[in-house]
Design a protein around this ligand. Structure first.
Ligand code: GCV
Length: 712
């Protein structure tokens, strides 16, 4: 397909109507109409009742209207079908082929299910003669089954397709929006948002654009997300009101999300009893405070019966919390959990608690230690409807950090791992940085040593009772949803990993490519696929190469966290230092001579991280202060590694830009242009990183690059 044919291509790729009134067209992300072609050309029978069954019906009907298929909703009989989507407890239908399909589904369930039930969200897919069947116990399972059929395209109808059984590993797969209702003077409408404004809020009020919210819900359901918090964890006055006066706005969003199996959660202020209730205290042990939370929560459930629960950032970066009253975080979390328990709600209580008024002169305080020091001693004290939500690393969503030791320290607590889809520290959706491989490393990390239980096991928990996976969302009102069109893949990948944390991220990316750039709408589908893999597969490591070296982190510009600022945080109160001097660089976190952070790990990793000799290269400067001449396992010295990786990183970004140019005329021109524009910025910014980092370390160390390249 060439550039002149782009109009046809738009027709294939875009939904008919702009979704934003007269505003710009909104990109369909991984659900372009074309992705539904295979489903929409079939004869489909849907059997069962319920809100989500209606959603499935609506999806199938739209696809069939576009691609010439047919759809029946029970009771219907005597029709020839290609696909049956049925609830298992729905009445029998007097249609032999449908009943044969259902029997095949049941047989597959017995064969594959290993005695397990499908649960609220699982489904089975099987073939019976010429018919494909999807069976589920509950409507959400049918919805997920439908999107599975969409993902499979024609393969869902392959006569040789063996039966499959799917159930999410994690019960809650959640996105946190850091969206402000009122525009924050520094952080704007969306804190750490790189995709325009909020899809929920604008200038102090609800946007009321529920069409866009609906499209968002579809996207999320199709990759498996089933919970969203709709406001920032930093809760200011206007946002606090969502719990009471402005609850109606939340209820409207919940009404839309519910149709896609997504529950709404709310970030609340721990000081709400004072801020909103006129009480003189928010002390978690005060009886009036408990009564206030109970009554307020009851009113929330009267309005939103399937409300998910609260999300709390307490005693962190200026947010109120139980410390004010001499209480601990178990007291605080249990207060809200008690109010939510009668309604089946859950409180997500963040472990991101540290002193953000540190003195940079004081080397004994270590921000990395903070979450463990605060939370590990509380293990076993949290109510069962508390989920302690732990950032994946001990500091703050860096491109490379060790895995938080808190995740291995609280066996008697439900733990969720928190990831950051919004690319605060990973290129802010101006850089291609596909995070799937990084998250996969996090999830497969075995904190008790190789071969042992992994982070995926911890958040899954026994019998699925773990805290699940949570991520900070990367979506805004940008026409491409995520600013950088390729950043859509991070959102998709998060959902799919939360459904099954053991999946191969490259396979997930491949799925995303097929949906987003359907082969049937692309002249050279293999070239598109290959090019996207070449650009994206290793892009996180490329980003790592041209930014802060060897796990030391930060080195970003203070405030907006974009671009290089090697000493930007070095003499601040934020606790994120690299301690570079003329002799060496890195943070000594050993037990022997440093902050003792290594001792927070179970014995295997405590020992590995303790010594620069055994510490993995990529984390060396996180754990140790070493001379520039220190020889890495790779054989290179630290200083030469810094030079080499920074030169290599920029070369790789330049290659990305060149590769992308191959796709000119082959994909939707608006996507092409947006990505091309961002790649220009990535090349510029990566070059700046390279030159500032290399120059900084050359000036500090005086050691020349052994290959004599330009350093300033
Ligand atoms: C919502 C980092 C970000 C903050 C964010 C905080 C958090 O510090 O820079 O913007 O605040 O993390 O996770 O609460």
């Amino acid at each position: 397909m060439n550039a002149e044919e782009s109009v046809d291509l738009e027709q294939l790729m875009f939904v008919d109507e702009p979704m934003d009134g007269d505003g710009p067209r909104v990109h369909p992300a991984w659900l372009p109409p074309e992705a539904f072609r295979s489903l929409g050309a079939r004869r489909v029978l849907l059997h069962g009742e319920g809100l989500l069954v209606d959603t499935v019906l609506d999806e199938v009907s739209r696809a069939c209207a576009r691609y010439g298929g047919l759809v029946w909703h029970s009771p219907s009989w005597d029709v020839d079908v290609d696909l049956v989507l049925a609830l298992r407890d729905a009445a029998e239908l007097p249609n032999p082929s449908v009943e044969a399909a259902r029997a095949a589904g049941e047989a597959a369930l017995v064969e594959l299910g290993d005695g397990e039930t499908l649960g609220d969200e699982g489904f089975v897919l099987a073939r019976a003669g010429d018919v494909t069947v999807v069976l589920a116990d509950a409507p959400a399972g049918l919805l997920y089954g439908l999107f599975h059929v969409v993902r499979l395209c024609a393969a869902a109808f392959d006569p040789a397709r063996p039966p499959e059984w799917h159930r999410p590993a994690l019960r809650r797969r959640m996105l946190n929006h850091w969206d402000n209702v009122a525009v924050h003077p520094v952080m704007g409408q969306v804190e750490r948002g790189y995709a325009g404004g909020s899809i929920f809020w604008r200038d102090g009020r609800s946007r009321g654009d529920l069409d866009r919210v609906r499209e968002y819900a579809r996207l999320l359901a199709s990759c498996g997300v089933n919970a969203i918090s709709v406001n920032n964890v930093n809760v200011a006055r206007t946002e606090a009101l969502l719990l009471t006066e402005r609850l109606g706005d939340v209820a409207e969003i919940a009404d839309v999300l519910r149709r896609y199996g997504i529950r709404v959660h709310l970030s609340v202020s721990f000081a709400a009893p004072v801020l909103l209730g006129g009480l003189s205290t928010a002390d978690p042990l005060d009886e009036n405070v408990r009564v206030w939370w109970a009554a307020t929560t009851r009113r929330v459930y009267e309005r939103i019966p399937d409300f998910g629960g609260y999300l709390v950032k307490a005693d962190s970066e200026g947010q109120p919390g139980p410390f004010t009253y001499g209480r601990d975080h178990a007291d605080g979390a249990n207060l809200l959990a008690e109010a939510l328990a009668p309604h089946g709600g859950v409180v997500h209580w963040r472990a991101f608690v540290y002193n953000h008024h540190q003195d940079w002169r004081d080397r004994s305080t270590d921000r990395a230690r903070a979450a463990y020091d605060h939370f590990a001693p509380l293990d076993g004290r949290f109510r069962t409807n508390v989920v302690v939500q732990v950032k994946f690393g001990p500091v703050d969503f860096q491109t490379r950090e060790p895995i938080s030791p808190v995740l291995a320290a609280m066996p008697a607590t439900r733990l969720a791992v928190e990831l950051q889809v919004t690319q605060e520290y990973t290129g802010q959706q101006r850089h291609v940085c596909h995070l799937g491989p990084w998250w996969s490393e996090v999830l497969s990390f075995a904190p008790w040593g190789p071969g042992g239980r992994t982070i995926a096991d911890v958040v899954t928990g026994e019998a699925g009772a773990g805290g699940g996976m949570v991520a900070v969302a990367n979506v805004g009102d940008d026409p491409f949803w995520t600013g950088h069109p390729l950043a859509q893949a991070n959102l998709y990948t998060f959902g799919r990993l939360a459904w099954d944390p053991r999946r191969d991220p490259t396979a997930i990316l491949d799925e995303w490519i097929t949906l987003t750039f359907p082969p049937s709408a692309t002249a050279d589908a293999e070239l598109v696929r290959r090019t996207l893999h070449e650009i994206m597969d290793d892009s996180w490591r490329t980003y790592e190469r041209y930014t802060a070296p060897l796990g030391v982190g930060f080195m970003v510009n203070p405030g907006d966290h974009y671009g290089p600022g090697v000493d930007g945080y070095e003499y601040t109160r934020w606790g994120t230092y690299h301690f570079a001097d003329r002799d060496g660089v890195g943070v000594d976190r050993s037990r022997a001579s440093g902050t003792g952070f290594t001792g927070q790990y179970p014995p295997y990793w405590a020992q590995v991280y303790e010594s620069p000799e055994s510490c993995p290269d990529e984390l060396l400067l996180f754990f140790h202060h070493v001379p520039y001449g220190h020889v890495l396992h790779s054989g290179s010295t630290v200083i030469q590694h810094i030079y080499d990786t920074h030169f290599a990183g920029v070369e790789e970004v330049t290659a990305m830009r060149r590769r992308w140019q191959r796709l000119n005329g082959m994909i939707d021109p608006s996507v092409y242009e947006r990505v091309a524009e961002r790649l220009e910025e990535q090349v510029r910014c990566a070059t700046e990183w390279r030159d500032q980092i290399n120059t900084y370390f050359f000036r500090k160390s005086g050691v020349p690059d052994e290959r004599g390249r330009d350093i300033y």
